[in-house]
Design a protein around this ligand. Structure first.
Ligand code: IVH
Length: 678
């Protein structure tokens, strides 16, 4: 493309970008209500920067590229910064960092320049003015030249010293840094807001900005805010150190908080290593960061590098992939789980967030959808930090398309058409179709074949899908009537794999009671409960006849598990499936119920806690061998608590209930009494 050929289109685009960016600047800086993500903003900014580079004649004095933030809102007293508060150039790729360092190397003829390296804190830039060591004024950055006086709210921020510590500070000192909201404080704040039905904060950054700009300082005082210093503006005695890192150390000595992540690095390699280390630690830091900042450490070198329009040429912000992005909510799909639980899933216009492209995200449940007011067609903010499952965090109501409606709470299962019910007091909606529902049948079959259940190797998701969709397995026992030929018809199945699969299915008939109990998919019955039930009852018939009270007596079985287990075996459909499985050839060894076991400790219940000199499993097995029951929780019915090293709440509870306690030695003595010397 030639310059003249593009200039009409480029001019129009530059003009529209400028208007758009101005609007976003105003929303972000003055209204604290941005409607696009930072990443989106950066994208627009990069586009106009590129346009202006390509067509310098398009650059105007009021272009967003020429300014730092937005004009002050007029509601607050204005503060003129004696030394402007600048911004940083951004890098989104290693090459930009390489260019930045190379330029410094050439200009300064310095082989290995040293950098101060710091996290780029995601908060709000503030300038703190100290006179004779006392905080006299705090101002926002505003447009870089003029900010807003926010002294009233900044004074309420605990970590900001109202009086500098130590001695030797200049009589006038302007400290610059970032006010931020620590993650824990943000989460606690939102938890409380949720409980009270109040508005939640969108993210820690908006939380910080909104709090500082509150007119009523009492509001800021209730917000959990913190501060890190990263620079100095005016200083009546000139520079307080000859290096940036020395300046940070000095500010620290005067009582200003400095990020513990700040350090120094040599050359481009040092910077990039810092970037990846900080990136790896990013999700576990107690505050949000959006990049690493590299600053030439020596002041004399900073001075010779100088500035470009809005940023120093001696510093660079190297950004991380955004953990938040805005995108469109295209549809709300329903997913049916093994137990019939319906989970609403957001189908999204694909968006790059947290380093991956996301097109689905969980919406948790319908209460959450109502509370956050998500509607199809909305522009939403999607989050994905680290390896966390992507979720839809909030909606940008201002951008809502006209005529949108809140989604209807579904009343019938999208897969089988059975009625959906909502259990009292639970947020979850469930399909009542049970194994009539093919979605639940698929999940049930997948679970039945899984490793800790019947362990049928080769019966993967694709096969399960086909078996259910082609109606080859209507009920689980149908699995045992499938032949090589049935499988050979399937996609991606050769003769040999069909044969192997049939053999695996055949092999799974020789099983154990605990595997079967787990495989049946009784709600709340996991591997260890299945094991406890199998051991307690020894065989299926007494378990099937047990009432809720009897089931509660089983170690590790509480009222909820007991109720689900009882309901499962009381259901004639479950009984019919079990009969059909036995008919198909399922076999497992049975033994006498553990209750009637012999042993000197019969009818005694032990609880094991803390670290013992032998593995917990072994201690449990030895006690059970002596006829005792081993339970997971202490109650009045507990006969003895065996408390090893570092025992905690169970020991306390035993003591408060007056339950006898044995320490490790006492336990070994008890075993020895019964002729066991492990
Ligand atoms: S230095 C002349 N250091 O990022 C350089 N800024 O676009 C002035 N920020 O407005 C900024 N952490 O709000 C610097 N360690 C850090 C920072 C940092 C966050 C923010 C600050 C500034 C923006 C730069």
């Amino acid at each position: 493309m030639t310059r003249t050929a593009t200039s009409a289109a480029a001019r129009a685009r530059a003009q529209s970008l400028r208007l758009e960016l101005d609007d976003h600047n105003r929303r972000y800086h003055q209204l604290d209500a941005p409607i696009i993500s930072d990443a989106h903003y950066d994208l627009l900014m990069r586009e106009i920067e590129a346009l202006e580079r390509e067509h310098p004649e398009l650059s105007t004095a009021d272009s967003p590229t020429q300014r730092v933030g937005a004009a002050v809102s007029g509601d607050y007293a204005q503060v003129t910064h004696a030394i402007p508060m600048l911004s940083l150039s951004n890098a989104f790729a290693d090459e930009t960092v390489e260019d930045f360092v190379r330029r410094i190397q050439t200009d300064l003829e310095e082989e290995l320049p040293e950098f101060s390296v710091e996290p780029k804190i995601d908060g709000l830039a503030i300038s703190l003015r100290y006179e004779d060591g006392e905080l006299v004024r705090a101002a926002t950055r505003g447009d870089g030249a003029t900010g807003e006086d926010v002294t009233h709210s900044v004074r309420t921020i605990g970590p900001i010293p109202l009086k500098l510590a130590g001695a030797g500070y200049p009589s006038v000192l302007e400290v610059r840094g970032e006010v931020y909201m620590p993650r824990a404080g943000f989460a606690a704040y939102n938890r409380r807001a949720r409980e009270r039905g109040e508005k939640e904060l969108v993210n820690p950054r908006n939380g910080a900005a909104g709090s500082v700009r509150q007119k009523d300082p009492k509001i800021a005082a209730t917000r959990p805010l913190a501060f890190f210093a990263y620079g100095v503006g005016e200083s009546s005695d000139g520079p307080i150190a000859d290096r940036h890192s020395g300046m940070l150390r000095q500010l620290g000595e005067w009582g200003l908080p400095i990020s513990p992540e700040a350090g120094t690095a040599l050359g481009v390699e040092g910077c990039l290593t810092y970037y990846s280390k900080l990136g790896a630690a990013r999700t576990s830091l107690p505050y949000d960061i959006d990049g690493a900042v590299y600053k030439l450490d020596r002041y004399d070198q900073q001075q010779s590098m100088g500035f470009i329009s809005r940023a120093p040429r001696w510093a660079l912000a190297h950004k991380y992939p955004a953990e938040e992005a805005t995108t469109r909510l295209l549809a709300i799909d329903l997913q049916v789980g093994r137990t019939g639980a319906i989970t609403p899933l957001a189908r999204l216009e694909p968006v790059f967030v947290g380093g991956v492209t996301v097109s689905n995200a969980t919406l948790h449940n319908f209460d959450e959808i109502a509370r956050k007011d998500f509607r199809v067609g909305d522009l939403v903010i999607v989050k994905r930090a680290g390896d966390v499952i992507p979720s839809v965090a909030s909606v940008i109501v201002e951008q809502r398309p006209a005529g949108s409606q809140p989604p209807q709470i579904p009343t019938v299962c999208p897969v089988c058409g059975s009625a959906l019910v909502r259990v009292e007091g639970e947020a979850i909606i469930r399909c009542t179709g049970g194994l009539i529902c093919s979605a639940q049948r698929k999940e049930a079959l997948r679970h039945y074949a899984s490793r800790k259940a019947m362990d049928i190797e080769g019966l993967g998701d694709k096969i399960v899908e086909q078996l259910i969709d082609l109606d080859m397995v209507k009920q689980i026992d149908d699995l045992y009537r499938l032949t090589d030929c049935d499988f050979e018809l399937m996609e991606r199945m050769g003769e040999k794999s069909a044969r192997n699969l049939v053999e695996q299915i055949e092999r799974s008939k020789q099983t154990t009671l605990e595997r079967l109990l787990f495989a049946l998919g009784i709600r709340e019955v996991g591997v260890s409960t299945a094991k406890a039930l199998a051991r307690h009852y020894g065989s299926l018939p007494p378990l099937m006849e047990a009432n809720v009270e009897q089931l509660i007596e089983v170690a590790d079985v509480g009222p909820i598990v007991a109720a689900h287990t009882h309901a499962f075996f009381a259901d004639s459909r479950s009984r019919q499936i079990i009969a059909a499985l036995i008919e198909a050839g399922l076999k497992w060894p049975e033994h006498e119920p553990a209750q009637s076991a012999e042993g000197p400790l019969l009818a005694q219940t032990f609880v094991l806690t803390g670290t013992l000199s032998m593995p917990r499993d072994k201690a449990k097995a030895l006690l059970e061998g002596l006829g005792a029951k081993v339970s997971g929780s202490v109650s009045k019915k507990t006969s003895t608590v065996v408390a090893g090293a570092e025992a905690g709440s169970k020991l306390t509870k035993a003591e408060s209930l007056g339950v006898p306690v044995l320490d490790d030695d006492g336990f070994l003595a008890l075993l020895a009494e019964h002729g066991i010397n492990p």
